[in-house]
Design a protein around this ligand. Structure first.
Ligand code: NAD
Ligand code: HSE
Ligand code: NA
Length: 432
């Protein structure tokens, strides 16, 4: 747009995502100018080691992040990651009225309240589509398209690394450690896979999703988190025996009890029917189900990670905040007015699949069934396989509180007729 003042952009970080942001900004410069209504100009790129970035223009590189943030840029794009110093940089940018685009789920899951307050005080935008489910448009639909509806549930696969490992275990029958090793060798798992396999990454994303879906502030600490390191080949085999597969799910639910709403938010592995749409989401892909009162069920599917897909979401946000700058407007602010409380995991309503190695003699089933009855847990299905010294009992429950189910499993494990509790896993998704 000749004559229009350019929108100046500071890019913090130039790794997997940042490199692709630079490429897209450069390759699509003319289109972006037309879409925004002004040229989008990269004013500087902050990195740690400038001599390692031969792929980007050397004159743009700097190690002085503070000076770049404090310069006359209009927008700060942060693709460094981690809480500090990213938090300090972004607060500084927002307080100075600069709009922020970030892919940093760890930071948002801890400090989005503080960041939104700074954005509001200065009239700046805060966009973060890349932080959850990478390229997939999901946060904008929650913040904008569904703002007139009442969302009741958001459930999905939001971590590609763990999905790749669980898909691999399901297709080969191999164990967790062996499959993780393979995922690392192929570059799907990072050298330190802790944040992914222990569910921290998915928990951060669940906190962000629950905050947006339920108009409340939910942080990573509010999310019940279990990773996949405890998922065994026996669990996968047990799931297969029931026509199910195991997925690491992020589940955010609105629970209405006596007319009062609260939030249940958790990340854990669960068995889902092989006929469930999430069961067909394999490898590094992500997919998220959203249910809303008026809209009904929706599914969002696509690439949840990788340089180019993540950069696509960053660029979409960059165009949005740049357009707002051109018209001196603003995007949506934080919407946390509902301030719903988060329920403890023990109160969550779940179903369990339990596989037991038992002695095959009269009275075993009745002893096991008595423990369920004692805890007010109703059994949906029981199957016994094998005989005499090698019997296995598979039980699927109806929904009960997670606390009641846990106590049931603890007590059953202590029964003399139970040799081993082979597999315990939550069950999600209706059989269709
Ligand atoms: N890689 C993905 O697939 C993906 C997907 C979604 C979201 N994200 C998020 O995007 C962000 C970036 O991820 P990435 O994979 O590109 O990471 P990366 O490690 O490849 O890149 C990080 C960059 O930040 C720079 N950096 C680190 N500390 C710095 C400092 N103190 N000063 C200046 N520069 C510094 C590094 O030099 C590097 O260029 C993270 O928040 C991540 O969670 C990544
Ligand atoms: N480590 C994340 C990257 C995307 O946020 C994953 O495996 O999905
Ligand atoms: Na996204």
């Amino acid at each position: 747009m000749p004559g229009r003042k350019p929108i100046k952009v500071a890019l913090l970080g130039c790794g997997t995502v940042g490199t692709e942001v630079v490429r897209l900004l450069t390759d699509q410069a003319a289109d972006l100018t037309a879409r925004v209504g002004a040229p989008v100009e990269l004013a500087g790129i902050a990195v740690r080691k400038p001599n390692k970035h031969r792929e980007v223009p050397a004159e743009l590189l700097t190690t002085d992040v503070d000076a770049l943030v404090e310069s006359d840029v209009d927008v700060v794009v942060e693709v460094v990651g981690g809480i500090e110093p990213a938090r300090t940089w972004l607060l500084k940018a927002l307080k100075a009225g600069k709009s922020v685009v970030t892919a940093n789920k760890a930071l948002l899951a801890e400090h989005s309240g503080e960041l939104f307050e700074a954005a509001d005080a200065a009239g700046a935008d805060l966009y973060f589509e890349a932080a959850v489910a990478g390229a997939i448009p999901l946060l904008r639909p929650l913040r904008e398209s569904l703002a007139g509806d009442r969302i009741t549930r958001v459930m999905g696969i939001v971590n590609g690394t763990t999905n790749f490992i669980l898909s691999g275990m399901d297709s080969t029958g191999a164990g967790y450690a062996e499959t993780l090793e393979e995922a690392t060798r192929l570059g799907y798992a990072e050298a330190d896979p802790t944040a992914d396999v222990d569910g921290f990454d998915a928990a951060s994303k669940a906190a962000i999703l629950a905050s947006l879906a339920f108009h409340s502030r939910v942080t990573a600490a509010d999310v019940h988190r279990e990773g996949i390191a405890g998922v065994s080949a026996a669990d996968i085999a047990a799931a297969k025996g029931l026509g199910r597969t195991v997925k690491l799910l992020a589940i955010c639910e609105r629970v209405t009890d006596n007319g009062t709403d609260s939030i249940s938010v958790r990340v854990h592995p669960a068995m889902i029917p092989r006929s469930h749409p999430l069961a067909g989401v394999n490898g590094a892909f992500n997919a998220v189900f959203v249910e809303a009162d008026a809209a009904g069920e929706m599914m969002f599917y696509g690439k949840g990670a990788g340089g180019a897909p993540t950069a696509s979401a960053v660029l979409g946000d960059l165009v949005a905040v740049a357009r707002n700058k051109v018209v001196s407007g603003r995007g949506p602010r934080e919407s946390a007015y509902a301030a719903l409380p988060v329920r403890p995991m023990g109160h969550a309503s779940t179903k369990y699949h339990i596989s037991l190695d038992v002695a095959d003699k009269p009275g075993v089933l009745s002893q096991v069934a008595a423990v369920f009855a004692e805890h007010d847990v109703s059994i949906a299905a029981v199957r016994q396989e094998g005989r005499v010294d090698d019997a296995s009992l598979v039980i699927v429950t109806h929904a009960a509180t997670d606390a009641a189910l846990r106590s049931t499993v603890d007590k059953i494990g202590g029964l003399p007729v139970v040799r081993e509790v082979v597999s315990v896993m939550r069950v999600e998704g209706e059989e269709s």
